[in-house]
Design a protein around this ligand. Sequence first.
Ligand SMILES: [Zn+2]
Length: 89
Amino acid sequence: MKHEKIYNDGKYVPQRMCISCRSVLPKEQLIRVAKMKDGTVKVADKGGRGVYVCNKQDCILKLKKSNGLSRGLKTNVPDEIYEECSNVR
Ligand SMILES: [Zn+2]
C-alpha cells in the first residue's frame, strides 16, 4: 500500500508524533516545544530542535512525570514549560 498523505481542503497536512503517547496527529493539534540554538527551551512553532506533545492534559502530565521533554530535547526542561503547554489552547 502506498503511504497516503492527509489533505485538508486540498492542503497537505503535516503529521507529527506526540512524544508522550506516540499518536501521530496533524501538526496543528500538537504543541511544539523547542530547544533553541542558545540552549533555551520554549513553546514555539518554529526554530531550534522541536518535539511535539498532544494538546491534552493527560499527555502533558504523563510527560512531566516521566521527564519526557528533558529526555526528548536532551536538556533540562523546567516545570514552567509544562505549565505553558497546559495553558495552550
Ligand atoms: Zn499524546
